[in-house]
Design a binder for this molecule. Structure first.
Ligand code: ADP
Ligand code: ZN
Length: 526
């Protein structure tokens, strides 16, 4: 009963106009679409909201055969398939949520070449059953969505994604396109290597979201701080993220009592409650959704005016993806976070007590430190965030709290030189814990074994407290003077820019130590 929308192979622009009703491609969409439609492999690293879906949907519609889309979440698939059907595209999903009969119908449609796009979960695609199902059906392309899931350095590692490297061998000649909004250099390398995409063309675009204002405050009286923040967004919708389900419910109830329309969302709520609250959020214009990270992936609400974090996320990637849900319509929006040392302790404990292997834990600790570095930066937050994703930004964005209200700083040039020298002299092979031991002149098994006790840098930092050194290293990381090599046990390495500091061509300023954050419990239930 279904029929292709076009007689012969249509061009990308024709598909864009006739199927989607858009006049023009955005940014680098056209380059990607043309490359893949012509049979090339691609790695697409665009931020949330840039329009990645069209990058594989349009080439699939331009080419003969069915486009197969690997997607990690059934809910995400369902939304995309629904949206495509509305546009008249012949799309279906194959996943564990289908009955036998439904799955049978989808398989028949594939073999009869009656589908344009088929969404599947990664564990299904590499099975023999799937190869049989495909049989002689022509495949237009493979799209691997949320491709960062293949990387252990990503915040959302899914082991099933690792099997996708078999696609290249099993289906030679079928173009593959991997897409993600997470593009720190480690993840990027992992995607290319793990998915055998060394010959793919890589498409990147700036990750900057200029319409999002960043504001990171030290937590003092969290509820009052949140209330003050929300008073700036009275007639708008937004998301407040909390770490625990209990805190989600408490916060939502409390906000409601304060006269702010708020609803909770977390995976422990009844499905019907969750769906009701999500629908209300999607439809209404002034609802505050208080949620755990269970909420958000695949949500396409353009007018989210703010994203607030009451707890520190686990990584810069997670922070950026969550805050990135604000302002998809391009209008001014705000990303606000309150954090305290208590978060840091809690996150560290979650990592330490988790079941992950030691090397994974090491990565998680480094990721947490990278986020802390952004929290503590004295310069433009946007610059620090983008630097994390390997993107240069001149700083002084004027749309973050540190740009609007410069923080109190101290001249840390000498301290920075001492710190960088210690990293260099110890061979760029150690994490900050050990290097600080060296600076403080701590004679222990490790400093003795490596002969660091005999070096001039040993004890060279004694007149500065350990706590300040920790902050110094986080800030050196934030400003891109050092980086952490996750592949070398979290060793700190000097970046090229460090030379300018050694030569005293570059002044370094550090954020003044904050008073010890006590009172984390005031005004909030733990
Ligand atoms: P991403 O997956 O990169 O987060 P989506 O593919 O969900 O982004 O697209 C974000 C929004 O932008 C969607 O509502 C989509 O329809 C819209 N969009 C994408 N490309 C275009 C375009 N060329 N013109 C207008 N709107 C577009
Ligand atoms: Zn700024």
């Amino acid at each position: 009963s279904t029929e292709r929308l076009f007689s012969a192979n249509p061009g990308p622009l024709e598909v864009l106009k006739r199927v989607y009703g858009y006049d023009a491609f955005r940014g680098k969409q056209q380059a990607v679409v043309e490359h893949v439609a012509a049979g090339g492999d691609a790695v697409v690293l665009f931020p949330t909201g840039a329009g990645k879906s069209l990058c594989f949907q349009i080439p699939a519609l331009c080419r003969d055969g069915v486009g197969i889309v690997v997607s990690p979440l059934i809910a995400l698939m369902r939304d995309q398939v629904e949206a495509l059907k509305q546009l008249g595209v012949r799309a279906a999903a194959l996943n564990s949520a289908l009955s036998r009969e439904e799955a049978g119908a989808v398989m028949r449609a594939v073999r009869a070449a009656e589908l344009d796009l088929l969404y599947v979960t990664p564990e299904r695609i590499v099975t023999d059953g799937f190869a049989e199902l495909i049989g002689n059906a022509r495949i237009a392309l493979f799209a691997i969505d949320e491709a960062h899931c293949v990387s252990q350095w990503g915040h959302d590692f899914r082991p099933e994604y690792r099997t996708l490297d078999r696609l290249a061998g099993r289906y030679p000649g079928v173009p593959r396109i991997a897409l993600t909004a997470t593009a720190d250099p480690h993840t990027r390398e992992d995607i290319i290597e793990r998915l055998s995409l060394a010959n793919a063309q890589v498409f990147t675009t700036s990750f900057d979201r200029p319409n999002i204002a960043y504001d990171i405050v030290e937590r003092d009286q969290p509820r009052q701080q949140l209330l003050r923040f929300l008073s700036r967004h009275k007639d708008a919708s937004g998301i407040v993220y909390c770490l625990s389900r209990a805190k989600v419910e408490d916060t939502a109830a409390w906000l409601d009592a304060q006269g702010i329309r708020a609803r909770p969302y977390h995976a422990g709520l009844d499905r019907s409650v969750r769906d009701t609250n999500q629908d209300a959020f999607l439809k209404e214009e002034n609802l505050c959704l208080v949620a755990t990270v269970a909420f958000g992936m695949g949500i396409d609400k353009p007018d989210v005016r703010y994203v607030a974090h009451l707890d520190l996320p686990g990584s810069v990637e997670a922070y950026y993806q969550e805050t990135g849900r604000a302002g998809r319509d391009g209008l001014p929006s705000e990303a606000w976070m309150a954090y305290g040392m208590a978060d840091v302790m809690q996150r560290r404990r979650m990592i330490d007590e988790g079941d992950a292997a030691e090397d994974v834990k090491r990565v998680e600790r480094a990721k947490l430190n990278a986020l802390l570095a952004i929290c503590e930066t004295v310069s433009c937050r946007r610059q620090a965030i983008l630097a994390h994703f390997g993107e240069a930004h001149a700083g002084g964005c004027g749309n973050c709290d540190t740009c609007r209200n410069p923080v109190e700083t101290w001249d840390g040039t000498e301290a920075a030189i001492t710190a960088l020298a210690a990293v260099y002299r110890t061979g760029e092979r150690f994490g900050s814990g050990h290097v600080i031991d060296v600076l403080m002149g701590v004679a222990n098994e490790k400093t003795e074994r490596f002969g660091h006790v005999d070096m001039p840098v040993f004890g060279a930092g004694k007149d500065i407290p350990v706590r300040t050194w920790q902050s110094v290293f986080r800030q050196l990381l934030a400003t891109g003077l050092i980086r952490i090599d996750h592949t070398a046990f979290g060793a700190m390495k000097l970046e090229a820019e460090a030379r300018a500091v050694f030569r005293r061509e570059r002044e370094v300023r550090f954020r003044k130590d904050r008073p010890a954050p006590a009172r984390t419990g005031r005004g909030a239930k733990p």
